[in-house]
Design a protein around this ligand. Structure first.
Ligand code: PDD
Length: 278
């Protein structure tokens, strides 16, 4: 792969970042993941808007202009022959001698790489995934898309150990989200229930798009938090993210959701999202 590093195109083996980088030492960095299908960027505007919010929240200057950022996305797709997969970008505050206090004039470290993956062709669409509930243990400002992903990674390893695919993180008896996706349920009455935006969860771009499309399709949407018990008794559950799109959750803590198969609302929302965004 050819990766982008601070304005240069380099072979992945040659792409080197300092051990003094604050992304490495302090997780002082933010990231975005954008899906590419048929050579098209999916929900690009939303990802860039959140990128700016995350940079602003940490006081990291944008390394490039909006125009340059878009052309870099196009160029990295072309250079890596990416028609389906993900574009990952990360911006850290930069490198300097290790100190909890940081200088205000650091040059950010800006990395972009591609991952070829069957996003539309993911076979899990048909079977759905299983999750376990797991205590929420991440920091409190989860609306910022930071690279502090250790807890999320350990939680997902626990899911794997339990024979499941992911977690529903639980705080104060309520689900926040999955390890790297937003969590949703559908009630027996056909209402889409999803937790409202706050610092408790990442403001998913796919979440926002799917809610808009659901409302436009005439589906009732209720933004409120739900408990693991409510999720286990729901008609359907699903997660959303740039890499999973709309992915049905068919079991929670080993208990089937609904009839244990992807439900009609999840299927329909997945179809509507793909059709609208492609
Ligand atoms: N994760 N919640 C968390 C904690 C996430 O990390 C993500 C995305 C989402 C969904 O956000 P979006 O719809 O904007 O992708 C929710 C990306 C895909 C990742 O870490 O790979």
């Amino acid at each position: 792969r050819i990766v982008h590093l601070n304005g240069a195109w380099v072979a992945e083996a040659e792409a080197k970042v300092s051990v003094f980088d604050r992304g490495f030492l302090f997780a002082d960095a933010i990231y975005e993941v954008t899906a590419v299908i048929g050579g098209k960027l999916i929900d690009y505007a939303g990802h860039v808007a959140r990128l700016k919010r995350s940079l602003d929240a940490l006081g990291i200057p944008a390394p490039v202009s909006d125009e340059t950022l878009l052309s870099l996305h196009r160029e990295i797709m072309a250079r890596n022959d990416l028609t389906e997969g993900l574009i990952y970008l990360q911006i850290s505050r930069g490198a300097e001698d290790r100190d909890f206090l940081f200088s205000s004039d650091l040059a950010p470290t800006f990395v972009m790489f591609t991952q070829k993956k069957p996003v539309l062709g993911n076979p899990k669409w048909e079977s759905g995934i299983s999750v376990i509930t797991w205590p929420e243990g991440r920091w409190v400002n989860r609306q910022i898309k930071t690279v502090q992903l250790l807890y999320s990674s350990l939680a997902k390893m626990e899911a794997k150990k339990a024979g499941a695919d992911d977690v529903f993180l639980v705080e104060d008896g309520l689900v926040t989200e999955a390890s790297s996706a937003n969590a949703h349920i559908v009630t027996a009455g056909g209402v889409l229930v999803t937790r409202p935006l706050s610092n408790a969860l990442l403001h998913g771009i796919t979440r926002g798009s799917v809610l808009d499309l659901a409302a436009r399709a005439g589906l009732a949407v209720e933004e409120r938090a739900f408990s693991p018990e409510e999720a286990k008794g729901a008609a359907e559950a699903f997660i959303t993210s740039a890499s999973a799109f709309v992915m049905p959750v068919v079991a929670i803590d080993g208990k089937p959701v609904g009839d244990g198969r992807p439900g009609p609302v999840s299927r329909r929302l997945r179809e509507i999202y793909i059709e609208d965004r492609l």
